[in-house]
Design a protein. Structure first.
Length: 351
């Protein structure tokens, strides 16, 4: 199969580095262009931020170009730009004919923009038809959720289908890499927990409802469960841990709930997409799992599986408690976007 050429917008950041790692031997996609802002004109290896491992030689020598359509030679683009930059830049790429698959929050809640977790709502990709018609674009924008939303919505989905969740209460313990590089100052986070992340709780709540919602007459009708979220930043490096309590309509049998999670598979697994893990959710039985340091890279595609543990009955037959962990930069960003692009390519949406 002829490989599609891809550009990474914002390639020098933490998410950008994970695209480079995940696309290194990708069977369908080949990196053709890397863009940035401060690093324009530098070789990628000189520009890359943080403690990045050495990139492959052909990537290391590539020059970082401005983030404008005229500098980009690609069949489609991944965007891992900061929100403010993405707000203007992503529509300019879509208008110029590029399909854009974005990790940024700027357009996630636009009515005609799909917000995708390929295992949960692959059918929402159809919104692209409305988007193109409304905006008169040859290209389009497809978004992926906030890194905290991904693990939560992926875990809620099979449970919601089985037990009809009425309410979910979640408290997050989010790794520092979730804030990009250099992120939270070390003196603020070392030996500490910060009990607030600006804007995060609302994002997690509204995005989850959009993802779990139904597409009816070209509009996503948000799911009707209630979600209450508390987001905290903790001194771990990668992997967001979340403590989840759910209240359901149907009574829950704990062993059955574990099977529902562990056996969950969906369209990406059926299609055997290159970045699809065999099991999107891994259930651990040990009382002290999941742990970010041990489990963040779980799965047959490392970092693409959510690890769930301490699954236990609540005080009532219709309540359940558990902890979940997902790699914020892989399942929560670059990996979910690559899987989304693979699905879009399977549906013939990428030029
Ligand atoms: N970190 C996570 O876990 C995570 C998870 C999900 C989604 N996201 C989202 O993904 C995006 C990137 O996150 P990150 O953690 O990789 O951030 P980051 O480490 O701060 O990297 C930002 C990147 O964007 C480029 N950039 C900054 N301003 C720009 C501008 N005005 N025009 C063009 N390029 C610009 C930078 O290039 P230069 O170096 O050349 O300036 C750099 O490559 C954000 O929208 C974030 O919210 C992050």
């Amino acid at each position: 199969m002829k490989q599609l050429k891809v550009a990474i917008l914002g390639a020098t950041g933490l998410v950008g580095q994970h695209y480079i790692k995940l696309l290194a031997r990708h069977p369908w996609f080949k990196i053709a262009t890397l863009t940035g802002k401060e690093s324009i004109g530098k070789k990628y290896v000189e520009a890359v931020r943080g403690e990045a491992p050495d990139p492959p030689k052909e990537i290391a020598e590539m020059e970082v170009v401005p983030t404008e359509p005229k500098y980009v030679d690609a069949d489609f683009v991944f965007s891992c730009l900061p929100t403010e930059a993405a707000r203007e830049v992503e529509p300019s790429f879509a208008k110029s004919g590029f399909p854009v698959v974005s990790d940024a929050s700027a357009h996630r809640m636009d009515e005609d923009v799909p917000l995708i977790i390929p295992e949960v709502n692959p059918g929402h990709l159809k919104l692209v038809e409305l988007q193109r018609k409304r905006r008169g674009w040859d290209g389009f924008i497809v978004t992926t959720p906030n890194c905290t939303t991904v693990g939560l919505a992926l875990t809620l989905y099979p449970l919601h289908k089985t037990y009809n969740i009425k309410k979910a209460v979640v408290t997050t313990m989010q790794a520092v890499s979730g804030a990009g590089y250099p992120g939270v100052p070390s003196l603020s986070i070392m030996g500490n927990v910060i009990p607030y992340i600006s804007g995060e709780e609302k994002k997690v709540e509204i995005e989850t409802l959009k993802i779990l919602g139904n597409l009816e007459n070209s509009i996503v009708k948000p799911a009707s469960l209630e979600i209450e979220t508390t987001c905290t930043r903790v001194p771990t490096i990668d992997g967001h841990l979340e403590s989840l309590h759910i209240e359901t309509e149907r009574p829950i049998n704990v062993d059955e709930a574990k099977s529902v999670l562990a056996e969950f598979a969906s369209v990406p697994q059926e299609l055997n997409l290159p970045t699809a893990p065999r099991r999107p959710i891994i259930v651990r039985e040990e009382q002290d799992r999941p742990q970010p340091r041990i489990d963040a890279d779980a799965g047959t595609v490392p970092g693409m599986s959510v690890t769930v543990g301490r699954v236990r009955q609540g005080k009532r037959p219709t309540t359940l408690n558990l902890l979940l962990l997902s790699h914020n930069l892989i399942r929560g960003a670059a990996g979910v976007a690559i899987l989304t692009a693979e699905l879009a390519h399977h549906y013939g949406m990428l030029r």
